[in-house]
Design a protein around this ligand. Sequence first.
Ligand SMILES: [Zn+2]
Length: 190
Amino acid sequence: MLEWFVIILMLIHPAYYGHRMPANFNPQPGVVYTFDDGYEDFYTKAYPLIIKNKAYGMVAVITSRNDDKHINAEQIREMDRAGIIIASHTETHRDLTKLSDKEIEWELQTSKEKLEKIVGHKIDIIVYPYGAYNDKVISIAKKVGYKYGITTHPYTKGLFEIGRIPLEQEVKNDSTRCYQLCEKYYYLTR
Ligand SMILES: [Zn+2]
């Protein structure tokens, strides 16, 4: 069985989800469950739970990974239509801070274009592989047309440095507890 990648919740900026949610969606305020790397079990396990609980969910896709351990174009399209936020996690998942300007741009742009072709609308969010970013990465992300950048540190410093909170293993396996914790965190930090 595939391991879930770290389940992370993060505070959402109002501008971040405003135009993406179907009218009948009634999510918990303030948190998005985000999953990196686009493993197939996001589709089989997490996605049904997110929809059932009317929560916000986001999956960050590494667009070069097309084997059957990863979600495919059809699944991405279905989840996008259902209200899951589809984000880019670059084309090949390299540490962006170690690449040349040209390579960074290629990683960010290639994945953005591939995902846009699949879902039929703009992809606004880049999730930095390993949470690694610097000023150069941010400025290239802006140039390529992203509007938000997601990190792995818990604090948020701006639209390209949006923080996330990792959930513990025991919490991951208990969706009720997961929700309580998310709500608590939201009210503590708003
Ligand atoms: Zn990753």
